[in-house]
Design a protein around this ligand. Structure first.
Ligand SMILES: Cc1cc2nc3c(=O)[nH]c(=O)nc-3n(C[C@H](O)[C@H](O)[C@H](O)COP(=O)(O)OP(=O)(O)OC[C@H]3O[C@@H](n4cnc5c(N)ncnc54)[C@H](O)[C@@H]3O)c2cc1C
Length: 416
């Protein structure tokens, strides 16, 4: 794995970093103020202003590997940009690189028909609309995606959709116009488990969609993005809205998730960097018992461990990205699962330590740490809980060292 970046990537990285430092971080509190003034579920004008500037500067759709649509970077190259974007909660949207739009655009690029691309991909690429991804359901354990129970039934030229989804992130944004909806299209329980589900495009203004509530994360509503609990009651969409074909939902999901996990993890690492910075600044400027807090008790260890663990997390993530680029998502599956467990756990721990160093202010609204913690804690669940990814890693390891039946000691033998 080579660490040097190409001239093009280094130049993009420098530009993105400078843009974040000069244009985005100084506007974070204005953004929050505008969300508040707009009644929370609004489009804060500052975000559109910043998007326009980023677009003009050519810092736009950087995540897309297709050079004619995006920057044409590899996963390894884009990972460095994603890390910078993670330093601010609003940066990735400014560059049109935020979830779930990135994954949804990738789905449309790879699997969308020409008509679907014209209608939905173009405005997403232009940053005119936003999107959501509806997989998780309140009624079933959704960490096993084969449990998804919402249905789409063909009736003439239309699919009729019924069911409930929750944690549909981004559905609170007034610009959210389209949901990629995962549902059962083959109702026969004896059909192969991974061939029964499909993905279908559901415009958010279709009659029959009801917002039951906006979900909270430890009390945060995450407005204006938000996570919606939606009910779909006889929602009718044209049959042309089916993506790729009936029964191909899992095939699409596989393609969608790999790059998204690299993006999530690298953004998390960027957040971890900002948290270490906050920890060090506060630790050196506040004095207790005659010494800066950083020099008290075990705080040297706290800071050092945070640095060591974050660097380990970055290396593991870059390795996963490099493997995706060189041997493909399938061979890199264990590494992708590893980062999905390691990175949010490490960054959660670092934020928790920073909260401790900040004292009471750390859990308050004065610093962004409690919000960062809430966001990072959810990453141990969103896109599949830790245990599901650990299971994938363990199964891979067990498979590498598989033993024959006759090598297994019987309980009689092992007791003697
Ligand atoms: C902030 C946030 C945003 C989200 N955004 C989206 C989104 O945009 N779209 C979307 O579709 N979903 C989204 N999700 C949902 C997320 O993907 C699910 O919460 C997750 O997949 C787990 O499903 P579940 O909540 O039904 O948990 P369940 O399936 O009920 O699982 C509960 C727990 O069971 C345990 N468990 C499960 N499997 C195993 C196993 N194999 N071994 C051991 N223990 C196990 C785990 O501890 C797990 O946490 C979001 C969630 C959050 C919190």
């Amino acid at each position: 794995m080579k660490f040097e970046l190409s001239k093009k990537t280094q130049s993009l990285l420098d530009q993105v970093t400078e843009f974040i430092n000069k244009e985005i971080i100084p506007n974070e509190s204005l953004y929050e103020q505008q969300v508040e003034e707009g009644g929370r579920w609004c489009v804060p004008p500052i975000i559109e202003e910043m998007k326009e500037k980023a677009k003009k500067a050519g810092l736009w759709n950087l995540f897309l590997p297709e050079s004619e649509l995006g920057a044409g970077l590899t996963n390894f190259e884009y990972a460095h940009l994603a890390e910078q974007m993670g330093r601010s909660g609003i940066a990735s949207e400014v560059f049109n690189c935020s979830a779930p739009d990135t994954g949804n655009m990738e789905v449309l690029v790879r699997y969308g028909s020409e008509a679907q691309k014209d209608e939905w991909l173009s405005p997403l690429l232009n940053g005119e609309i936003r999107s959501a991804f509806g997989m998780t359901e309140p009624g079933v354990a959704s960490s096993d995606a084969t449990n998804m129970a919402a249905t789409a039934v063909l009736d003439g030229d239309e699919y009729v959709i019924n069911g409930e989804k929750w944690w549909t992130s981004g559905a609170g944004d007034p610009r959210c116009k389209i949901i990629i909806f995962m549902c059962v299209t083959d109702q026969d329980p004896d059909s192969p488990r991974h061939k029964r589900h499909s993905m279908i495009l559901v415009p958010t203004d279709t009659p029959g969609i009801e917002t039951r509530k906006m979900m909270h994360v430890f009390g945060w509503d995450d407005a204006p993005h938000g996570h919606a609990h939606l009910k779909f009651d006889n929602v009718r969409v044209p049959k042309e809205n089916m993506l790729l074909g009936e029964g191909r939902g899992f095939e699409i999901a596989q393609g969608r998730l790999g790059p998204g996990r690299i993006h999530h993890c690298m953004r998390a690492i960027g957040m971890g960097e900002r948290v270490i910075e906050m920890m060090c600044r506060r630790g050196q400027t506040r004095v207790a018992f005659g010494k800066p807090i950083a020099q008290l008790g075990g705080n040297f260890d706290v800071i050092a461990d945070s640095r060591i663990e974050l660097n380990m997390a970055r290396l593991l993530t870059l390795q996963a990205a490099h493997m995706m680029d060189t041997v493909g998502n399938k061979v890199a599956a264990s590494e992708i699962a590893q980062i999905k467990v390691a990175v949010p756990n490490i960054v959660c721990k670092i934020i928790d330590r920073a909260i401790q160093i900040h004292g009471g202010a750390g859990v308050s609204q004065v610093f962004p740490l409690s919000r960062m913690y809430a966001g990072m804690r959810t990453l141990r669940l969103a896109d599949g809980p830790d245990e599901v990814h650990r299971r994938a890693v363990a199964r891979y390891e067990l498979g590498k060292h598989a033993v024959q039946d006759d090598q297994v000691e019987s309980s009689e033998v092992s007791r003697s």
